[in-house]
Design a protein around this ligand. Structure first.
Ligand code: NAG
Ligand code: NAG
Length: 298
């Protein structure tokens, strides 16, 4: 036993050293690289997860921002004037002078001129492609020069309607005795007149203009905050109207209109297929042309 013991121990000592060497080979030498590989792998996985999380967050944020941008510049409705639309913050002065510009009393030539300066550029040429996309190619009014189709923009119709309400307020001035034919009167008083069965021009209040503008107000949904204040001599809170509004830059739009407007009164440009030139003489077509409202000097 003792005999076998020795070689065993001897062998074991030699093998132990071999083992330890082997163990060293297996354990100590490859070990350090093995732990760094592991930690590297762990780090890789960790960073991989982080990158994935960040990417997901990034994609979500960008998509949200994008959908907000598309909502802001939403092309829900195609308009030829889209390129002219610039969002601006505007504070409306409420000092009391401004109403004189368009709603002054009594009416003056200057006031008429301001309205007509806008309304004379209220008709435009729409392309065949646009008319097709809007499903209006068949009924559209084709300009005789083949350059496109006659159209306007709603903002001009609203302005026209406001002018008509103003004219109604001053109806004696605008619709007093006039040396005009019935049709001319009818046309001039557009939105506020109709022809009686005996062909008399009857003045009616422009309530449909009010309704159109009411819808426009709802359509725009101006959510500018308005705050209140107290005045020392007035018990009821009074509003401070000087908050900024989200507006379309009107001057940019008007510039676009000036560059792109057409004058439908240009002789021969707008012709009814059976009744003849729309805006010339006392053509019966005046009755049908009342949806358009270019100013006389336009
Ligand atoms: C209307 O016509 C009459 C006679 O034809 C003329 O005397 C009068 O001055 C005219 N009024 C206006 C505003 O043009
Ligand atoms: C309304 O608010 C503005 C500042 O936003 C301030 O200058 C002004 O004095 C306030 N009051 C009135 C009556 O406008």
């Amino acid at each position: 036993m003792g005999y076998t013991h020795q070689p065993l121990s001897r062998r074991s000592s030699s093998e132990f050293s071999k083992d330890t060497l082997l163990e060293k080979d297996e354990y100590h030498l490859p070990s350090p690289p093995q732990t760094t590989l592991w930690s590297r792998a762990l780090m890789l996985i960790f960073h991989g997860i982080l990158i994935t999380i960040y990417s997901v967050i990034c994609i979500v944020v960008v998509q949200k921002a994008n959908s907000r941008i598309t909502a802001i510049n939403s092309n829900l409705v195609e308009s030829p004037a889209r390129s002219a639309i610039k969002d601006v913050q505007t504070v409306w002065a409420m000092s009391g002078e401004e109403p004189e510009e368009y709603f002054g009393s009594p009416p003056t030539k200057e006031i008429d001129h301001r309205w007509s300066n806008i309304l004379k550029v209220s008709n435009f040429r729409f392309s065949e492609d646009q008319m097709t996309r809007w499903g209006r190619i068949d009924e559209g009014v084709r300009l005789t020069d083949g350059s496109g189709y006659l159209g306007t923009l709603n903002v001009f119709h609203e302005i026209h309607c406001l002018q008509n309400i103003y004219k109604y307020i001053h109806k004696d001035h605008y619709y007093g005795p006039m040396n005009l034919t019935k049709y001319e009167q009818f046309e001039n008083m557009h939105h506020m007149s109709r022809l009686s069965p005996s062909n008399e021009v009857i003045l009616i209040s422009p309530v449909h203009c009010l309704e159109g503008i009411r819808r426009g107000v709802l359509c725009r949904g101006d959510i500018s905050p308005v705050t209140y204040r107290f005045k020392s001599d007035w018990r009821v809170p009074l509003a401070n109207w000087t908050s900024p509004h989200e507006c379309k830059d009107w001057n940019a739009l008007l510039d676009w209109a000036k560059e792109n407007s057409v004058n439908p009164r240009k002789p021969g440009l707008v012709v009814h297929p059976t009744l003849g030139p729309a805006y010339e003489g006392n053509s019966r077509a005046l009755k049908l042309g009342t949806e358009l409202h270019p100013s006389k000097d336009g």
